[in-house]
Design a protein around this ligand. Structure first.
Ligand code: UDP
Ligand code: MG
Length: 318
């Protein structure tokens, strides 16, 4: 019987220092012990400038199951993952970082969950090693905000170390948006997910290319691409301001000009002006939010996501 094929997709950007260690010391060792499957390894060289590509070519010349996609320049990890998923031929695809922080020895566990019926197996890091206070707090805030904004799909700490079944990969490849967060999109697709906990390791070598600025951008991208809540928040603020200043203005009008200021507040014209302006600011914020709602519906159309995703495994006689 023909063995099932599993693709391993690895994005790599300037990983020369730790690459052979990762490949030979970790990945290939892990795969050697798994007998019942064929494997293809797809490296996506994301515009490396340090000789990573030469080393990858060398591996590729030794085995035709070692495939290399080379980008013309650096496009970022999210795009690299998408490229890998598009070229992968496997019945299941596993995505994993090239820096050794995501342990390949967990791959058998992923495969077992998949064979037991899961369409997506996601690696979830259980705690942080060598992460500073800012990174930890930032990450917690990120997931809290994401949840608040209505993204119920993403589990805190879930990483890009994942296994996707062929149907999920096919659906993922249909997505057309350019500004993409791979994890978020996979979660959006739905399907049954299983989680495998692991401890995020320490980089084998080299430096992470995601600095604070890039991570911040990534966070903003996730919010913007997955939810329109930020657009609407200011509308709510506007409503509150309008109601409060409207009430105050009304009180002032009645008190001063109808009742003749019986309590002797002596509210000067400047204060009345301030109340009026605040009221108008509230109105402006509300009208902005209304515009924002239109923009968000244009945004949803522009993303052009499929209307629905059918889980073929759970459907019958289609
Ligand atoms: N990576 C990439 N393109 C980039 C930045 C990173 O393909 O522009 C790869 C990198 O080689 C590694 C993975 O993405 O395999 C994760 O990157 P990194 O370790 O810098 O991020 P972190 O571990 O902090 O998530
Ligand atoms: Mg890393």
């Amino acid at each position: 019987m023909k063995k099932k094929l599993i693709s391993i997709v690895v994005p790599a950007h300037n990983e020369i220092e730790g690459l052979s260690n990762f490949l030979e010391g970790q990945l290939l060792t892990a795969l050697e012990n798994i007998e019942d499957y064929d494997f293809e390894i797809i490296f996506v060289d994301d515009g490396s400038t340090d000789g990573t590509l030469d080393l990858l070519h060398e591996y590729a010349s030794r085995s035709k199951n070692f495939r290399v996609i080379s980008f013309s320049r650096n496009f970022g990890k999210e795009i690299a993952l998408s490229a890998g998923l598009r070229y992968a031929k496997g019945d299941a695809v596993i995505t994993i970082d090239a820096d050794g922080q995501q342990p390949p020895k967990l791959i058998p566990k992923f495969i077992k969950e998949w064979e037991d019926g899961a369409d997506i197996v996601a690696g979830v890091r259980d705690h942080y090693t060598k992460h500073g206070f800012i990174a930890k707090t930032g990450s917690k805030m990120f997931y809290w905000l994401l949840r608040k904004m209505g993204n119920k799909y993403t589990v805190p700490g879930s990483t890009d170390f994942r296994l996707l079944s062929r149907p999920v990969v096919d659906e993922f490849n249909k997505l057309t948006e350019h500004n993409r967060i791979t994890r978020g999109l996979i979660d959006w697709l739905g399907y049954d997910q299983k989680y495998v906990k692991y401890t995020y390791g320490v980089r084998l070598a080299g430096k992470p290319s995601y600095n604070f600025k890039k991570l911040f951008r990534l966070a903003i991208d996730s919010f913007v691409s997955m939810s329109s809540t930020p657009l609407v928040i200011f509308g709510y603020i506007g409503i509150i301001i309008t109601i409060l200043s409207g009430a105050l203005g009304l009180f002032c009008l009645i008190n001063q000009y109808i009742l003749g200021d019986p309590l002797h507040f002596y509210w000067p014209g400047t204060l009345q002006m301030a109340i009026l302006i605040t009221f108008l600011v509230g109105l402006v914020l509300i009208s902005q939010a209304v515009t924002a709602l239109y923009i968000s519906s244009i945004h949803a159309e522009a993303l052009n996501r499929p209307l629905f995703v059918v889980d073929k495994k759970k459907s019958r006689n289609l």
